[in-house]
Design a protein around this ligand. Sequence first.
Ligand code: NDP
Length: 254
Amino acid sequence: MKFAVIGDPVAHSLSPAMHTAAYRALGMDHTYEAIRVPSGSVATELDRLTADGYTGVNVTVPLKEEAIAWSAPDAFAKRVQAVNTIDLRSRHGINTDGPGFVRWLASLNVSTADSVLLLGAGGSARALAFAMVEAGYPLTIWNRTSERAMSLAGACGARATAEPDPSDYQVVVNATSASMGSGGDLPSPSRPGMGIAIDLYYSQATTSFLQVFGDAGWQTYDGRELLVAQGALAFEFWLGLPAPVEAMRAAVGL
Ligand code: NDP
């Protein structure tokens, strides 16, 4: 079987290494490649991949919203307006970012009694917000542009806040793209603590967001955790088998 991730840019993606490691761990010779697809070309490219016999694709930035139009999205993907996993045989499209993130949070023993502060109101924040509220987490959303935080909170049933102190929460998730640049001006904890800080971004270096929380005593996790969590659900969706998560984690350096 042939699989791929489409996005722009996509050359940096760890998905090919991660999925290939999963196939090899189970003795499968499936392939998984990264294909750069510019915005506006998703439908043409998905038609081509289907005709070429590809079984499934992951969809990454900035194509997740566009992929909805080509696929038959399930109810959750429609709610969050983004598809990141498609079965090309059926056109069935799902979003594994939100459910994958929630499954991973549960694996950290984060309970629905723990309060969560979500930073950001973009595409990834939207998927995580809906999934966390639906799983029962008490969720508060902050965003640089506060109107977007209020709008997302209203849509998913969370609270919005303009000036949060992360120290008041057990879990803080950075779903902004600030870490892709200089780090931005994000809320920081007012006192040392023992909470969990998660940055969805991943790179070779620690982000300034995780550095600040780590220095304050928090447990820190980078975006490779979400990468594996959403990838494991995609693997299970396409192949109907439990994903070999340890092989996938090792492939991304966890
Ligand atoms: P979007 O472009 O949809 O949203 C960007 C968000 O970041 C907005 O809320 C925006 O706020 C905020 N933002 C941007 N710059 C700054 C800044 N300097 N300071 C504060 N806030 C800022 O991005 P995505 O949701 O697609 O991606 C967000 C992050 O998640 C990226 O770092 C991406 O790499 C990561 N990601 C990781 C994945 C993984 O598998 N690990 C999967 C998907 C995404 P405003 O509304 O004010 O503009």
